[in-house]
Design a protein around this ligand. Structure first.
Ligand SMILES: Cc1cc2nc3c(=O)[nH]c(=O)nc-3n(C[C@H](O)[C@H](O)[C@H](O)COP(=O)(O)OP(=O)(O)OC[C@H]3O[C@@H](n4cnc5c(N)ncnc54)[C@H](O)[C@@H]3O)c2cc1C
Length: 354
């Protein structure tokens, strides 16, 4: 079968590698002139991802987090709970021994009556039996083929700052609204300070935690949160193009790379449409509960948010021992059993159920 993958990000490359191994023909089109740049990521991932893909591109290990709401904060400690990636090197590791057509920006995709896809770039047109849209948050594949979606975009902003940190192995997370902000030490006196919302969130984070120093670089890119149709008659969406991200934090590497494996598995079984079913089985509950948690976080009163934060503090021991960095649903379900959480949910039932 001849596939075209649009987008040479980690998800598009991973699925392409897996399909090539199955003996399919795969053409990869990438709008930039190389893999891994520009980088739109804080590079924080959990142990599961590192166990699967190796630690060659890990540049720092994280032993916990200092979590804040307003002026209240508490520590969560667990050795090697997360890792900081050199995202450039990580992405490039998926491009080994694979041919990529660079400077090929896909501008439209159409399907003819015989079922073939015609993929247009400014200078050419390619024909394929199947197409994979791994082309990031504002996917042209999704748009051209009118694949259904319900996605909200959040502005992800981040600065890399040269500075002195007290502890190079603890992240700071501030959930004070309207921003969700972080400071992630990458080692060697550099910290990634970011926020979901706007650069104002980054400034506020720096001000609050006294993070001074030279800004080495900065990024601003959309983070998609929600759901999308993954399969439509030979067309597939993957990674950020399919909003395969954690609704709570926007982290997408683990979800998207796992999505690539589920798609390849379905294709390998000769039943590509099963990709949607496999995704729903593994991540449906994550997305559903994550979206409910996000709605509550955004809209409940200050008092209710403080109440939920107090439950988080009470559950510190449980989170330290049990919480899964990549899958938040188990932790969320444990919070749901707490009477304080239940009282907040009952007051905001419409938001929770939506
Ligand atoms: C500020 C910020 C911080 C983040 N931090 C984290 C984090 O700490 N941990 C985590 O897990 N996730 C994080 N994420 C999310 C993570 O970066 C994404 O989920 C991940 O990059 C998705 O990979 P992908 O392969 O789906 O898409 P991408 O990495 O976006 O790759 C898509 C590729 O498609 C190409 N492309 C796009 N359009 C076209 C076109 N028309 N034609 C040809 N090529 C095209 C692009 O050039 C790109 O190479 C963060 C995101 C942001 C914005």
């Amino acid at each position: 079968m001849k596939f075209v993958t649009v987008g040479a990000g980690p998800c598009g490359l991973h699925v392409s590698q897996l399909l090539l191994k199955q003996g399919h023909e795969v053409t990869i089109l990438e709008e930039h002139d190389r893999v891994g740049a520009p980088i739109h990521c804080a590079g924080l991932v959990g142990k599961k991802l590192v166990d699967k893909f190796g630690s060659r591109h890990v540049i720092n290990n994280i032993d916990g987090a200092h979590i804040f709401l307003n002026d209240t904060g508490f520590f969560l400690k667990r050795k090697n709970v997360a890792f900081v990636l050199d995202r450039y090197g990580f992405d490039r590791s998926f491009a080994i021994d694979i041919s990529i057509e660079y400077d090929q920006r896909v501008v439209s995709v159409a399907k003819d009556p015989s079922g073939k896809f015609h993929i247009k770039t400014p200078g050419s047109s390619i024909c394929a039996d199947a197409i994979i849209g791994a082309d990031g948050p504002v996917s042209i594949v999704r748009k051209s083929l009118e694949m259904k979606s319900s996605i909200r975009y959040f502005s992800g902003c981040q600065q890399r700052i040269r500075t002195e940190l007290e502890d190079e192995h603890m992240v700071i997370v501030d959930i004070n609204r309207p921003f969700f902000s972080w400071a992630i030490p990458e080692g060697n006196g550099i910290v990634r300070v970011g926020a979901i919302g706007s650069m104002k969130g980054v400034d506020a984070m720096r001000e609050k935690f006294g993070i001074k120093g030279e800004v080495i670089d900065f990024i601003q890119a959309p983070i998609p949160v929600g759901r999308a149709e993954l399969v439509k008659d030979g067309a597939f969406l993957l990674g950020d193009a399919a909003a395969q991200t954690k609704p709570t934090t926007g982290g997408g590497l683990y979800y998207g790379l796992r999505g690539a494996e589920l798609l390849a598995k379905a294709v390998g079984e000769g039943a590509p449409e099963r990709y949607q079913k496999y995704w729903n089985k593994e991540f449906g509950r994550e997305i559903r509960l994550g979206l409910a948690a996000r709605r509550l976080y955004e809209h409940i009163s200050k008092n209710d948010l403080s109440l939920l934060f107090s439950v988080l503090m009470e559950k510190k021991k449980y989170i330290e021992a049990e919480a899964d960095f990549e899958k938040h649903s188990t932790a969320i379900k444990t919070f749901l059993l707490n009477p304080k959480t239940l009282s907040v949910i009952m007051r905001n039932l419409k938001l929770f159920l939506h």
